[in-house]
Design a protein around this ligand. Structure first.
Ligand code: PLP
Length: 378
């Protein structure tokens, strides 16, 4: 029995392909193996992690450990609360303006660097007035603005930005200067992939299914003083204060997704050496692919301008659409899956989050080099 189980365990680990999906995305094998163990019976509890009550001591411990791991890893101090919510990053597109913009005198300033920023902006407009501080649509969102291009409004309620645009593959390399106005950041697709100076932000939110775990939980980090802006006429579950007051347990939380977030945080700390270390690792992985683009004499064209290239989502196209498709198919034949670019951008997108091993990126690099050779250019 034990032997058979061991056999099937290694077999399923060996049959894994390299998953370049933008999210839900690749998870660390060690995290999956730990989850597999706890799937039948949590040590000392005797039931599955999927079966425990969210009011049980077992979940008390999982939640406390997850929050402690997250705070320690990211460096979240006493000025900020952390809540774990449902509804994805998309619900934050509404919750942020509901809580921070309703009743404010100024507008919400929005820096729009890609599809996600534009989507959030549409929702914010349903809540109040929005001022566009910069919008990169004119060049198909291929870059991040320079400081002098940003035009902020007077008395802005907050400034909203997206640290990494998952679809276009552009990423901020420094925090924008916004003075005393609270900076709000959708960091869904680069959360836990690099250090963040939390003190610069009023609010950050990230869904877990890119770098931080599985779908179903979204981390919101909010500076305590901003909680005073929420008004009493908000629906209870859409009021940040509800979740702070009830320690993210005002109703049944996504128990398993919280547990997975905790495991991923621990993996980043213990196995990858923390955020500064994983950032070096991530940049080196991305550089392997950007070097291929730069050395390909126009065979592969990157979407993002050089200074704003994302370490998380590498976007590029081939000389024509049929070659894009042929490349995605050739890669899949080698066990490199989910490389098709988002339909709004086309081409190819390689999402190489924290858990993508360097071997996967090397295999993709080799596939790109071979494909170029096989298609008439050497
Ligand atoms: C994936 C993603 C979202 C949407 O997240 P959901 O959890 O599906 O709502 C929003 N913003 C960014 C930057 C993302 O990468």
């Amino acid at each position: 029995m034990t032997d058979r189980r061991f056999e099937s365990l290694t077999q399923s680990a060996h049959s894994r392909v390299y998953n370049f999906s933008p999210g839900p995305a690749v998870l660390p094998l060690e995290v999956l193996q730990q989850a597999q163990e706890d799937m039948l019976s949590l040590p000392g509890i005797g039931i599955s992690v999927l079966e425990i009550s969210h009011r049980s001591p077992a979940f008390d411990r999982i939640l406390a450990e997850t929050l402690q791991e997250l705070r320690g890893l990211v460096g979240i101090g006493d000025d900020h609360e952390v809540v774990l919510l449902q509804g994805g990053a998309s619900l934050q597109f509404s919750m942020v303006p509901m809580n921070l913009l309703r009743g404010a005198t100024g507008a919400a300033d929005s820096i729009v660097t890609g599809t996600w920023g534009a989507t959030g902006l549409k929702e914010a407009r349903r809540e109040g007035s929005v001022h566009i501080a910069w919008d990169g649509a004119a060049t198909a969102y291929d870059r991040i603005p320079a400081a002098e291009e940003l035009s902020f409004s007077k008395n802005a309620a907050y400034v909203h930005m997206t640290s990494n645009e998952t679809i276009q593959g552009v990423q901020w390399k420094h925090d924008p200067e916004v003075g005393a106005v609270p900076l709000v950041c959708d960091c869904s697709s680069d959360f836990l992939s690099r250090p963040i100076d939390i003190s610069k932000y009023g609010l950050l939110y990230a869904c877990a299914q890119k770098n931080a775990g599985i779908a179903g939980v979204t981390a919101v980090i909010i500076r305590k003083d901003l909680l005073q802006r929420s008004r009493d006429d908000l629906p209870t579950m859409l009021d940040y204060r509800t979740h702070v007051k009830n320690d993210s347990r005002s109703n049944t939380p996504p128990v398993f997704a919280v547990y997975m977030l905790g495991l991923v945080c621990r993996w980043v700390r213990e196995r990858m050496g923390g955020l500064a270390s994983i950032q070096r690792h991530n940049s080196a992985k991305a550089q392997l692919l950007y070097d291929v683009l730069d050395g390909s004499e126009g065979f592969f064209t990157g979407h993002a301008q050089h200074s704003c290239r994302s370490d998380m989502n590498v976007t590029f196209r081939l000389p024509n659409e049929s070659l894009d498709t042929a490349f995605v198919t050739a890669a899949a034949d080698r066990g490199l899956i989910d490389l098709k670019g988002h339909r709004s951008v086309g081409g190819v997108r390689a999402s190489i989050y924290n858990a993508m091993p360097v071997e996967g990126v090397e295999a993709l690099r080799d596939c790109m080099l071979d494909f170029r050779k096989n298609h008439g250019v050497s």
